[in-house]
Ligand binder design. Structure first.
Ligand code: FES
Length: 609
């Protein structure tokens, strides 16, 4: 039986030759699972979760090691379970010997005033008197007004539960945490003032803890979005979430992962999670809606209308986030069904509305969002955005030996004197090729004349062979790889890459055309996002994915969406600006344009357009 096994979020998948345990399948595909007991079924370190597909019955060892909840959730020990059908397997981060590469850093372009919506007021409430029949709340509000000239009008219901003991059992001293006119919490006077900024990407999640008094990032963590096992791109994820129960499951996966990350970050800083008094969350529109448990079905159908475009404030506890009980989550506004709050956050971080000249801001992912900021031919700033369905090829999806960026992934490729040279993540023997390597391979083989501009592989190079009727270029031989299997770039892979790069190039061309501009009018191309940080811009230009401009006009800025979320966390001004950006950015639906197919078809050609 040749079952197809897909290990997520690593993105390694393949049809394997013979009946084997999941652990052996993983090894064969170059997925390194922790196996301290060497597969004896006793250490419990090789835990995986079968999302779909059948496997052999649970063994006695598994009943001994796994909890009833884990068993109910589909968890198995990889060293004990034998696949009995095609399987989609989620590998938790702790079961991997080396972590996935996630990126949280970004260029701090903005200088922002620290002016959070949350304020802290130290209060001393006068002693109780038998003649004072006012409620605890009235006395508290009066103290706040008298001592700080602050008129609070409401108190969070959970915090209200803490008030009587504070007033009657305690020393009537506290630190009131006030947001707008609401008292959201009472803290000890020495409690830290911490905020949390989160960028929920389709593939990765970045989480930051920020000092609300200085705006300084205290700790950050990047994790894979656990929803990946339920669909690699937004459309697949929406398809899965059509059923309400599945949508709730997806929401819980992200929230649980966030709670876990926040707990770990707090432990690092010796903080209590209750000291986190505000959160800002950004994400594409689908991630935003799923996070809020909003329906997403309409996002997958033209005209792709979001349920809400404006910014929102919701209680963190309503979402399931375990931070300060009265805390709010502020969600930045969306622009359209496929241009979400993460795009707004990126534009905020780039200070887009104050940019001079013409700038293209791009965040490359399974869905690529591009904004053209044009201050050249109009006397008021114009921002126009599009969304391009670039698909999972640059994440290693639909590529024969593709994988996401983790140890052993070929991340850079160079062709020199008839030979391929490559660099892997972690300098490990190669196990597959990730997005930046795929982009390089295509550019290098094109520049060497091994691939022509229509994407056809030449058949007279010593590294090219015919495998089952399909041409493929051998990038790494059996003797070099970790699993003793060649890593190749196939003709089919090249076709997938052509479609991905054409989607992005089409977006850029049509944006420029909409403003009567050409490539040469562009003063700056800003590439944001994790994938954009690692790509070789020259390769992206060589294949015609990005405009053919002098290299110094390109700038790679890292996770700008995360930077924007942090700015909105500590600065009321930037929070307002984010809504202004969303209101002023015009959205163009590419597929609705009559010349879309013509531009797209032309853009599938490799080489500068
Ligand atoms: S390797 Fe130890 S339980 Fe599987």
């Amino acid at each position: 039986m040749k079952y197809y096994i897909d290990f997520e979020p690593i993105g390694k998948r393949g049809r394997l030759s013979s009946e084997k345990l999941i652990l052996d399948h993983a090894r064969e595909l170059g997925v390194d699972l922790v196996n301290i007991c060497g597969g004896a079924g006793i250490c419990g370190q090789c835990k995986v979760q079968i999302i779909s597909g059948d496997a052999s019955p649970l063994t006695t060892n598994e009943f001994g090691v796994l909890s009833p909840e884990e068993i109910a959730g589909g968890f198995r020990l990889a060293c004990q379970a034998l696949p009995l059908s095609d399987c989609l397997i989620h590998v938790p981060p702790e079961s991997l010997t080396s972590p996935q590469r996630t990126q949280v850093e970004g260029d701090e372009i903005l200088t922002y005033p620290v002016d959070p919506l949350i304020r802290f007021y130290s209060l001393k409430i006068s002693s109780a008197s038998v003649e004072d029949f006012r409620s605890d709340t009235e006395q508290l509000m009066e103290a706040l007004h008298k001592q700080h000239q602050i008129k609070a009008t409401s108190i969070d219901i959970k915090s209200l539960c803490d008030l009587p003991s504070l007033m009657h059992d305690g020393n009537r001293q506290t630190m009131a945490v006030v947001r707008d006119n609401e008292i959201i919490s009472f803290h000890k006077s020495d409690a830290r003032k911490i905020g949390m900024a989160v960028d929920i990407g389709t593939t990765k999640i970045a989480c930051y803890l920020v000092d609300m008094e200085t705006g300084r990032t205290l700790a950050a963590k990047g994790i894979m979005n656990p929803q990946i096992a339920y669909g690699e791109d937004v459309i697949a994820r929406i398809g899965r979430a059509m059923e309400h129960s599945e949508a709730l499951k997806l929401q819980k996966l992200v929230v649980d992962a966030l709670n876990q990350s926040v707990k770990e970050l707090c432990d690092q800083l010796n903080l209590n999670v209750a000291e986190i008094i505000e959160a800002v969350v950004v994400g594409n529109t689908a991630m935003h809606h799923l996070f809020l448990r909003l329906p997403v079905k309409q996002l997958a159908m033209a005209p792709y209308i979001p349920a809400v475009n404006t910014h929102l404030d919701v209680k963190a506890r309503e979402i399931g986030l375990h931070i300060c009980k009265g805390a709010y989550v502020h969600l930045l506004p969306n622009i359209a069904g496929f241009v979400g709050a993460d795009h707004v956050s990126m534009l905020l971080a780039l200070d887009a509305h104050n940019k001079k000249g013409v700038c293209l801001a791009i965040d490359i992912g399974t869905n690529t969002e591009i904004c053209l900021i044009n201050n050249k031919k109009t006397n008021h700033k114009k921002m126009t955005s599009v969304s391009c369905a670039s698909g999972p090829a640059f994440e290693g999806g639909h590529i024969k030996h593709g994988m996401r960026a983790s140890n052993g992934a070929i991340e850079h490729v160079h062709y020199e004197e008839g030979r391929i040279k490559y660099q892997t993540i972690g300098q490990m023997p190669p196990v597959g090729i990730c997005g930046s390597g795929i982009l390089d391979a295509l550019a290098q083989l094109y520049k060497a004349g091994i691939i022509n501009n229509s994407g056809r592989l030449s058949d007279d190079h010593p590294s090219i062979r015919n495998n089952d009727g399909q041409l493929e270029f051998v990038l790494a031989g059996k003797e070099e790889t970790n699993n003793h299997k060649e890593i190749t770039l196939t003709q089919k892979d090249i076709r997938a890459l052509q479609l991905a790069k054409a989607a992005i190039a089409t977006g850029i061309t049509m944006l420029l055309e909409s403003q009567g501009l050409s490539d040469n009018d562009i003063d700056e191309v800003v590439i944001a996002g994790a994938f954009g940080s690692y790509i070789d811009v020259a390769s992206a230009v060589a294949i015609g994915m990005l405009p053919d401009l002098p290299i110094q006009r390109f700038k790679q800025v890292g996770n700008a969406a995360g930077i924007g979320a942090k700015a909105a966390l500590v600065s009321q001004r930037h929070r307002k600006e984010s809504q202004d950006i969303a209101d002023r950015t015009e959205y163009i639906e590419l597929a609705a344009s009559t010349d879309f197919m013509e531009v797209f078809t032309k853009a599938t050609l490799i080489g500068p357009v």
